[in-house]
Design a protein around this ligand. Structure first.
Ligand SMILES: [Zn+2]
Length: 283
């Protein structure tokens, strides 16, 4: 499942194809993904100039000249592919249509953006741009982890009464937006905090220290994703799924990477998801 850095990488990859360009045609090949598409979606986006692309949590927000914003969520398996850019920024040839190409945007600069999603947990909706923060998918989401509202006093306040494990608390999208299983494992490893510790039992100092670690882990992944964009353009035009080296995630049984530790990485299941951690380094 794409996490925030992957979604941010997709957004950056879409900029050259969509930002400032006009959608000349939208192919909508089925009535729904996870939920039905908004009424008359194709008509409402056709002919619209794209004013900008931003991101809120794991949603890509495509601002249109009509005053509406197209909300795109990649779900579990959604992929965006860019092709046909006349400037040669992207893979030039349009790929043959694939099964599960559910939505195709044709841009006036010659680019084609294809949304393919075999499992159809992705979503698209249209909302009034001025009111986007009140959209039902977005209104309950906590602050952006890379934004100013997310800071040490905020996180300490939100966690000081929470009896749930810190791992579960950091996955709560109402506490902080866009953090998923992979990066929470990485954050807690870097912080030296066991995923099993109750949030309220961790000192304010240690909770506060999580904030810069969260920012660093996500920022490093975004930079890594950005540098991978060029390769993806040259390959098949697919955006966002880059190889990233994780220090603890998916390393069960392998040796802890902290100097001189030597302990095998453990895996446990919390809230139905795997937690990877070092029993010696994370307390
Ligand atoms: Zn260790």
């Amino acid at each position: 499942m794409p996490e925030l850095p992957e979604v941010e990488t997709v957004r950056q990859g879409l900029l050259g194809a969509m930002d400032g360009a006009t959608i000349t045609k939208a192919e909508v090949n089925r009535p729904d993904l996870r939920w039905p598409f908004p009424e008359n979606m194709a008509q409402r986006i056709t002919g619209q100039k794209v004013l900008g692309l931003s991101r809120r949590s794991k949603y890509i927000l495509v601002s249109l000249a009509s005053g509406e914003t197209l909300i795109i969520h990649l779900g579990m398996s959604g992929r965006m592919t860019v092709s046909g850019d006349p400037l040669g920024q992207f893979h030039h040839e349009h790929p043959a249509p694939q099964k599960h190409d559910h939505v195709v945007f044709h841009m006036d600069n010659g680019a084609q953006v294809t949304f393919n999603d075999p499992r159809r947990f992705g979503a698209m909706d249209l909302a009034t741009s001025d009111d986007i923060e009140n959209h039902w998918l977005i209104s309950k989401i906590g602050p952006e982890p890379l934004g100013n509202e997310f800071n040490a006093p905020y996180l300490v306040e939100r966690l000081k009464t929470r009896a749930m494990p810190i791992k579960t608390a950091l996955l709560d999208q109402q506490i902080v937006a866009g953090l998923g299983n992979i990066y929470v494992c990485e954050v807690l490893f870097r912080a030296g905090v066991s995923p099993q510790r109750k949030a309220k039992d961790i000192s304010a100092k240690k909770i506060g220290a999580l904030v810069p670690i969260i920012r660093d882990v996500l920022s490093e992944a975004i930079v890594s994703g950005g540098s991978s964009l060029k390769d993806y353009r040259q390959a098949d035009g697919e955006l966002g799924y880059f190889q990233h080296r994780f220090k603890v995630y998916d390393r069960e049984g392998e040796t802890c990477l902290n100097d001189g530790c030597g302990t095998e990485i453990s895996r446990i299941v919390q809230s139905g998801r795997s937690s990877f951690f070092c029993k010696k380094c994370q307390r």
